[in-house]
Design a protein. Structure first.
Lengths: 276, 279
């Protein structure tokens, strides 16, 4: 069994998004949020998804996470169709969403509760990830006592400690100030490099998307479609200096132009609909 | 919950009365607390003056002294303790009965749309029905003993409480539930170990508010066929136009209500230390 799975991995992508559409009913009228997205994500790849607000990027992420279902099409992970949330995926939300009645350590340990490993192993994993996200010394603190950046570190540790193979991140640094965000991006890259995992990262910060990713997927708006799929070939490991790199700014110019085009399209639509 | 510290970086300002009337500005804590004492003190003084100078007949407004000595009389004759213990017993049982039902029902309504759809319209309607009007029915159903009083307190509390608990539960971050699902917990585990603890500070606040409402229904509950109770005492006094008894009873219920409120507040602060924002 194991052999077959290993063989399949070489041919099947880690995440296969296959002709996925998502239609919401808004006041009884259908609204196409996502229209036939095809996207393959390789194992250990870091993919950023950007687009104007309302382009369906969070919806897409939720569907990969099994928190929402496609109206048509299919999402497969390691060749297996997604039928709900599961422990092969970890989720990090913009709102931190920590268990505030538990300590930092308690939050991370809670994620291991369903793992079939010994208590000693659990303890070791918790300690390892607390250290990996730089929270040593804060084990006994409650989330309310921490800054936003530190809370998000807890959330990242909680999402990784049970060793999912995919990490789904929904604008995780959107609520942080610019300085903290920069630090968190570097931290995330380090954690990703140390614990190989496939990352799907939704953001509307273009700098952030390029800085982190192997690939930036730009979504078109209403309905959400893949507008562009750009491979980022900046060297790794990356540090903050590369954002002034000529290659970096070339990517940025291209992506910003795409997003601007989409924004103008949406604004024109809204202007049209408000006249009616 | 959040206690503001004086900001050392705040610009230095001369002490002036006008500083107390800046929009949304902090004022010195001592002045803040003092203001809370001064207003009742002024009212008390006015009350005393009106009665002392004979501006109102004792029948309409008895003097503070008369009210106090009525309190002393009730205390020394043992009436006060007997009344209070009977009333507190009814309040506690009535409120507990409402709470024991409202918590599970509210949690179901807050988490499953089907329960909300089934119960919300009914409860919202009953909520507006005057409890006083139900007294005759409550006597038919529950007799004239303690059960009838407790039933009235239950009716006055439950329908408000259940909707508030539903809201408390609904207001938790939905991503907490999603995180729980991603971590492999089933519905029951998510309900008990994520939703309930996450909503518990808000639910506790609801407890604090609703037991206050139970207190306000006390007189209504003891309106009919009661021999003892703080509410009963007030209704009896009406018959003899004993305004000093009425006033004392009302004020005493107010004091007990305030005490209950403080107990709940302190207990909440102790139980939910994690909920205190320090950053």
């Amino acid at each position: 069994m194991r052999g077959i799975v290993a063989q399949q991995k070489t041919v099947t992508p880690k995440v296969a998004i296959d002709a996925v559409s998502r239609i919401f009913l808004v006041d009884g009228a259908p609204l196409v949020a996502i229209e036939r997205i095809d996207l393959d994500i390789k194992e250990n790849e870091f993919v950023s998804i950007v687009g104007t607000s309302g382009c369906g990027k969070s919806t897409l992420l939720n569907m990969i996470g099994g928190l929402d279902e496609p109206s048509s099409g299919e999402i497969r992970i390691d060749g297996v169709p997604v039928v709900g949330p599961g422990r092969n995926r970890g989720f990090v939300f913009q709102s931190y969403s920590l268990f505030e009645w538990m300590t930092v350590e308690g939050n991370i340990r809670f994620a291991l509760e369903k793992s079939q490993i010994s208590n000693a192993e659990k303890k070791e994993l918790v300690a390892h990830f607390i250290q990996a996200v730089g929270l040593s010394g804060f084990e006994a603190a409650y989330p309310r006592q921490l800054s936003g950046g530190m809370r998000q570190r807890v959330a990242i540790a909680r999402a990784l400690v049970y060793r999912p193979s995919i990490l789904l991140m929904d604008e995780p640094f959107g609520a942080l100030d610019a300085q903290t965000r920069g630090m968190m991006q570097e931290l995330l890259l380090k954690v990703w490099e140390d614990h190989k995992v496939t990352v799907v990262f939704v953001t509307h910060d273009v700098d952030e998307a390029i800085f982190l990713a192997d690939r930036v997927v730009v979504l078109a708006s209403r309905p959400g479609r893949v507008k562009k799929d750009i491979r980022i070939t900046l060297e790794r490991p990356r540090s903050f200096e590369i954002i002034t790199d000529a290659k970096f700014t070339d990517y940025k110019r291209e992506i910003l132009a795409d997003i601007r085009e989409e924004t103008l399209k949406v604004m024109a639509q809204q202007a049209g609909s408000s006249i009616v | 919950m959040k206690r503001r510290q004086p900001n050392p970086a705040a610009p230095y300002r001369k002490r002036r009365i006008g500083n107390l009337f800046r929009l949304r500005e902090e004022i010195p804590r001592s002045i803040y607390s003092a203001a809370g004492f001064i207003v009742p003190a002024v009212l008390l003084l006015a009350w005393w003056a009106v009665t002392y100078f004979g501006l109102a007949r004792p029948l309409f407004l008895p003097s503070p002294g008369a009210v106090l000595s009525e309190g002393w009389r009730q205390l020394t004759e043992g009436i006060l303790l007997a009344d209070a213990s009977v009333s507190i017993y009814r309040i506690v049982v009535g409120w507990l009965a409402a709470t024991v039902v409202a918590v599970p029902v509210g949690i179901l309504m807050g988490n499953f749309r089907i329960f909300e759809g089934a119960l919300e319209p009914l409860i919202s309607t009953v909520r507006y029905m005057p409890v006083v009007a139900l007294i005759p029915l409550s006597i038919l159903w529950a007799g004239i003993g303690d059960v009838q009083k407790i039933l009235i307190l239950f009716l006055g509390t439950f329908f408000q409480q259940v909707l508030m608990i539903m809201d408390n539960v609904k207001n938790i971050d939905v991503n907490l539930i999603r995180a729980g699902q991603t971590l492999g917990f089933n519905n029951r585990e998510i309900l008990m170990r994520i939703i309930l603890p996450a909503a518990s500070p808000a639910i506790w606040d609801t407890f604090r508010i609703t037991i206050g409402w139970t207190w306000t229904y006390l007189v209504v509950a003891e309106l009919v066929a009661a021999n003892e109770g703080l509410g009963r005492r007030i209704m009896d006094a009406q018959r003899y136009l004993a305004t000093h008894t009425i006033l004392f009873g009302t004020l005493f219920i107010g004091v007990l209500g305030l005490l209950t409120d403080q107990i709940f507040k302190r207990a909440g602060q102790l139980m939910f230390r994690w909920n205190i924002q320090t950053r």
